[in-house]
Design a protein around this ligand. Sequence first.
Ligand code: SF4
Length: 726
Amino acid sequence: MKIALFIPPLTQINTPYPATAYLKGFLKTTLYQDIFQADLGLELILAIFNKKNIAQLFDEAALKPNLSKNITNILQLRHRYEFCIDTVIQFLQNKNPTLAHKICGSDYLPQASRFNALNDDIEWLFGSMGIHDRAKMLCTLFMEDIGDLIVEAICPYFGFSRYAEDIARSATSFSPILTQLEAPNNTLDNILIALLDKHILSEQPDLVILTIPFPGNVFGAFKAGQHIKNNYPHIKVSMGGGFPNTELRSLADARVFDFTDFISLDDGEKPLLNLLEFLDGKRDLSQLKRTFIRENNTVKYINGCTSPDIAHSNSGTPDYTGLLLDRYISMLEMANPMHRLWSDGRWNKLTVAHGCYWKKCSFCDISLDYIGRYEPASAVVLADKIETIIAQTGTTGFHFVDEAAPPLVLRDLALEILHRKLDISWWANIRFEKTFSNDLCTLLAASGCIAVTGGLEVASDRLLEMMEKGVSVQQVAQVANHFTQSGIMVHAYLMYGFPTQTAQETIDSLEVVRQLFEAGALQSAFWHRFSMTAHSPVGLNPDKYHVIKIGPDEGTFANNDLVHDDPKGGDHDLYAEGLRTSLYNFMMANCLDWPVHDWFDFKTPKTKLPFNLIQKHIAETTGNDNEKLKYKIIWLGNPPEFIPQGKNTKVEIESGNGKLSTKMDTTSAQFIKKQLLKTLTSPKSLLTLNELLEHYTQETSFPKELLLYSETWKSLRASGLLLIRF
Ligand code: SF4
């Protein structure tokens, strides 16, 4: 059976959304090996942004009446856009870096309204940016100008990482989507359909799988499903992914099945395997897993398969083959080095553990399988996958896309990466939990960790407790500082508008964020407005959180986003703009000394927090080595030099801060020399500090304190001797 896996438009364009690669990797472990995959989103963008097609779009746009001054200006410069477009795309695909010089030439790129953002601040920033980054940012503005033309004159639903998102967002009824699907195709729809035809005619699939992670690719998926059902009725269509998992759990509109035959929920591997067996005549329809179908013009949910889901460690290695890996497009909207990770560069995506090990936060969908079922993979399995993916894609950057990667698995993975001498870069979502000590962060950095993202949410201890986040402001400050001190960038997910949040708490939360940036513990952040979802503890029990659910009535299509009233809270919407603007500036290291109430053009409370709250938290100590006797010893430093000097030995170690030189008795020095050689031969043979000190006493007859409080021990600790909790 031939299976075609498609990512419908539009998700990111710098890196493939991993769902089809995950499913392809899994299917490779089964009997079903004839698999094709394509990212229709990327292909749509490539089909629009090239010399030939952009000329057609300009022709079409020129016929539209009442265009704005900005779009008229772009049309007047169309020959420049047509001239530059292939160069720009090639450059954004990282194919010809020397083009940077040409692109940065003052007259090369045509400029429309997006270039107005090149205010003094950004021009100043360019001074500290390399020419490559500067060119990338200019190309991004050039692309966004063309994007504005598409939105105004061709297709109002276009965005670079989303398509017709507003139609699908909070759509309790399928009717608005249906109306749009029944409207005549616009030019972009026609390009999508031509791409789909090309693949279907060349691959001749029996089953098409459409992954729908976000509202921004729902319409693209249904448009593809519509075309297949109308033109290739022999092909079966199935949909799944994050959007159905969270939004379509109570699906009851049979019209949806004019566009697809099946919609499955939660992990896709087992439902897909069952579906293939059913289509092969080896399984009864009633034995499908978590799958909606249409029967007698009503929606039926089938979950007759009693065998469990595929274990995370048996789900195969993501297989990216077939995707146009060298044609993804990196954009640079902001020079902030952490923020750009999302849009710049192609990352191999991998999941360390299924679900979240914490699964308590009251705003999170913890009642759903993708959060609630925690199942880690072993470090060995993960490192094997990393090696396979590097061989497959030729790139060594990884994004671990867990909801919250478990620190102890990250620890073991870091050791395995070091043990195998894998030279990779990786970043991951984490919780700011205290397990991330200075030493663990140093270990993660040594294994290639360049950045972490984590939820600080509302930076208020009262609200963090109410949301059962399991962290405090103090802990976040300390952990974020551990990461940044280890050279790992930190991005915080921030929230405002949590139930009962007062204006004072919003201002104080912003003050915490300001101080974190000022202390260098945060490099980037993003404010999300709290949203009440049906599957979160707040949505399931609004009374407990003092909010009132006021809508919407349950519909027959997407049911997850709820509207609520927060009688005890402040006017949250009022603060949105000030929070956004201040954060943008903090990320550019601007105005960090402004009082936070100055960011709002209305009267707000002043912060009640001390100006040095975060510095104080960071300065608080977290214990000394004597309290870490059960921790294991890892040596990451350079080999020390042992130079005999009479009865003593000089121990010289090259550290990040220059050469550290200490003296100790020769017996102790010999002991250290022997032990350091052992520490990283194998993760399994690591000694605890207590074991090391006992060996020391046995072998030298000296008290353990002689080693533990020596200057040499201090210099070893400062230059790569880690104590890690197991
Ligand atoms: S918000 Fe993050 S840490 Fe909290 S339960 Fe959800 S996934 Fe886990």
